[in-house]
Design a protein around this ligand. Structure first.
Ligand code: GAR
Length: 207
């Protein structure tokens, strides 16, 4: 099977991007990152991508603040297709993906979310979990659909919420698991190990 090609989109520090790029470098993941795009001009993810020698680009999401639509959406689609990517990986990309991009990459857009979905969708999910009084938090890797953090789940990792946790300490514990989960989920796709039992239910095929 040929190596899968990934376009990584991120708005922030890019630690999840680094976990994927390192897994590829170590030979643990047979994939290639063709481009990294950020909607934030000075996002650290762009700097980190450049250090890996990966084509890194800022593309504004304007005039919208929370979604990619219209001209911006066209530019994202154009650059992603031009890079040769067949999957899009949302690594801390803080905008909603709209139908045109979703359609162009149907069931080929992955997101990592810092909660055990369907609990705590949206932003600052670890803070939501802490404030709610939940005893476990975690992360979810899922395919992206029209909803916010609602697409079919590929895998999840749980962490305990400790009595003395702060938002910062809990997010750090979740991120350790994110950095394991995201490369693992991409590897399952690269090795063709996922099977849709229903439109929502995905299982891992073990031969
Ligand atoms: C991660 O914790 C990711 O789960 C979260 O943003 C952080 C990005 O960190 N994503 C979302 O909240 C998406 N709704 P990173 O830039 O260091 O990878």
């Amino acid at each position: 099977m040929s190596k899968i090609k990934l376009a990584v989109l991120g708005s922030g520090t890019g630690s999840n991007f680094v976990s994927i790029a390192e897994a590829i470098e170590k030979g643990e993941l047979d994939a290639e990152i063709t481009i990294v795009i950020s909607d934030v001009e000075d996002a650290l993810i762009l700097e980190r991508a450049a250090k890996f020698g990966i084509n890194a680009k800022y593309i504004s999401g304007a005039p919208f603040k929370t979604k990619i639509e219209g001209d911006a959406e066209d530019k994202y689609i154009e650059e992603i297709i031009k890079s040769g990517a067949d999957y899009i990986v949302l690594a801390g990309f803080m905008r909603i993906i709209k139908p045109k991009l979703l359609k162009a990459f149907k069931n080929r857009i992955l997101n990592i979310h810092p909660s055990l979905l369907p609990a705590f969708p949206g932003v600052h999910s670890w803070e939501q979990a802490l404030e709610y009084g939940a005893k476990f938090a975690g992360c979810t890797v899922h395919f992206v659909d029209e909803g916010t953090d609602t697409g079919p789940i590929i895998l999840q990792k749980a962490v305990p919420i400790l009595d003395d946790d702060t938002a910062k300490s809990l997010h750090a514990r979740i991120q350790v698991q994110e950095h394991i989960a995201f490369p693992e989920a991409i590897r399952l796709i690269a090795e063709d190990k996922l099977k849709f039992l229903t439109e929502r239910r995905i299982i891992i095929k073990y031969e």
